[in-house]
Write a protein that binds this ligand. Sequence first.
Ligand SMILES: [Zn+2]
Length: 259
Amino acid sequence: MTLRVLLAALLLVLPLTARAATFERCEKPEILIAEEAFAGAGAIVLVAAAQVGDTEAYNRWFGTFSRDRAEAVRTNLKAVNTALLSDEMVAVCPNLGEDGCLRDTYANVYPDQPYVINLCPNFFAQPNMTDHRPGAPELENGTREGTIIHEMSHFHVVADTDDLCYSRSECARMARRDALGAIRNADSYQYFAEDVTFYPAPRPDPGGDPLPDLPIDWPPADEPSANAPPAEVAPIDRTMLPRASDQGGAGCLSCRLAR
Ligand SMILES: [Zn+2]
């Protein structure tokens, strides 16, 4: 069974088994989008857990293979799946400027408050991974499912990840020099899950030269000045928010950010 067939089968089954999340301040269309993305993320992360091994994709995102680290990665991916099935899932849809939804934020969580996830307006403008063909360039800057995997991994009771790097290029670099850091890093799980389910062929190493220019529909159309890809492409997204340690222990607002 190919990965895509497996993924399609899981997508058919999981919505039936997943418990419904609670939604706060979300419009009906947003709820439909989020429910689809939650189900997709659950299916993708499960396929990804089964793909953990001494592979090119594993090495790219988690560095040199070791049995212990791989087991930790697999456990964390499964924990994300379990969390997505929790009936304690709460999705909040803040407006721009509210609850840490900055101009370039996709989503955020407080890691000590499972399983509340703020889905910012930018989240709904992200591409849905399962709507595109594998490897489609529009997915290069992140997907709704990937963002959910990233955010869910932050919860202390799930995988307790941090944001040690953002973007494919930075995180591929980090995996080469710091395998232990990579398995604690949220973006690494997102990219691994996206790659093993939707990029079946080996991909060019993004850690060397800058990524090629790709069609980018970020940020939203009301910010035309930032629409053009920067001449020096490196981070696909970046963080601007303080880490937990900078917030007096109040809890980390961990974010997936657009350009
Ligand atoms: Zn994060």
